[in-house]
Design a protein around this ligand. Sequence first.
Ligand SMILES: [Zn+2]
Length: 393
Amino acid sequence: MRISRRTSGGRGEYEISEEAPGGITPHDLVDHRLVLDLGDGLLLDSGCVLLHAQGKFRIRIVRPDANMQLHRQLVAVLLLPEAIRSNVTMGGGMPIVQKGRYAIETVEIKAVDREAGRATLAVGEVVLSNADHPAEELHFDRRVAGVVRLWQKRQKLPSEMQAIIERHEALVRGGGPLHSEAERLVSELQSVLADQAADFGIAYNEYTDALPPLLELLDIQIAEPAVRVEDIDPEEVELRRRTIREWKRWAAHRGTETARFRVRVRDAYRSTCLVCGKQYPPTPFNRVPGVDAAHILPWADYDLDRTDNGICLCKLCHWAFDEGILVVSARAGHYHVEVSQAARAAIAQAGTPFSLDVFDGLAGQVPGERLPARPEDWPNVQFLEELRQNQEV
Ligand SMILES: [Zn+2]
């Protein structure tokens, strides 16, 4: 037996078809309230029932008990980004699990238990689809185990995430039906993770699946004693050490403070890059701004989340600044941008084609209107000087 998406005529609908082991047919489940057995002792009463209409066995919400379709509840339980029902907007994009880019195609039911108007459906596998991936297995059991592990180990994560995960567990363990709050929690978790992932060297954007990187974060701590120096190359040791060090800082509730720093710096500069003057704020279309709050003295070493230890830079200028290709300095009450002579010499010596001309074009005095309104938020002159000295070493 399976729950499957039928897409004819615009919006997809979910139907139940085929016989279940034991000979139970969809017909036997008509007017039954559908409960999903997710394994690990988790039961989700969807508040939906199976109706028989126009020759189809369709799943319908019973209001006012439920306000979300069964497939949306399942998505929220599994901490997946929002799915869609139609085929229309699907397409492109790797991996498949991206917000609004995939659908739950089928939910395989491995066993059915009927009792007093309720049908408990044991979920076997969930299959996802979009235009590029006609049928991709979610590995349902592993997914549920991952969610449960996240609930159990959440105290290893920053407090902001802990609170969201705790609420999520309470809602799911509450047995359902899940309402839109559960969906909101998932997208909140995605956005908190997106805001802070870079600090841990983890690539994540808020439109993708949050569970794998969260489980990875849990492992960073666990992995610490397992590092066998002789087995890995020195660069990786250093990377791991740094990740663990940053992790411990985060665990001491640094995460929230850094998030505030980002917002403060971006706001102070009106999302304008100090070096090139380009403005890339978030808009209703792009929720992620194109500018970063760059630390002057690196956060990992100095832990200074003061606004005057920040400069708002676009992605390209941020990279060039962090690499020491662009140098920002202050003299005679003005800020100046220049291309590092050391960088210029080293790149010339290497003979590698490199578009330094872009940065040469940005060199010069920074127009005052790009600076924050309050002088105390301007880049700290001593911090800039210390950075310059560090880079010379
Ligand atoms: Zn820029």
